[in-house]
Design a protein around this ligand. Structure first.
Ligand code: 9UX
Length: 69
């Protein structure tokens, strides 16, 4: 199975933010699926990808994020 990674994402306040975050994550090479939970602020990313690539992409999109386990 592909690895699953979780990020705690700051700054998401609506469904539009969630969509932006998911689209940004899906644009990263290696990401097969990405789902963001608005209530918890946790994004789950499936695929083989460096966490820093995900974090840099979200930072550029305006949503600072950190890895959580
Ligand atoms: Mo809706 Mo989320 O305008 O920034 S996309 S609050």
């Amino acid at each position: 199975d592909l690895p699953v990674q979780r990020l705690q994402v700051a700054g998401a306040t609506c469904g539009g933010c969630v969509k932006s975050i998911e689209q940004a994550l899906l644009s990263v090479t290696g990401v097969m699926d990405a789902q963001m939970d608005l209530a918890s602020g946790i994004a789950s990313i499936i695929g083989t990808v460096q966490p820093n690539d995900l974090i840099e992409t979200l930072e550029r999109a305006g949503f600072p994020a950190v890895v959580v386990n």
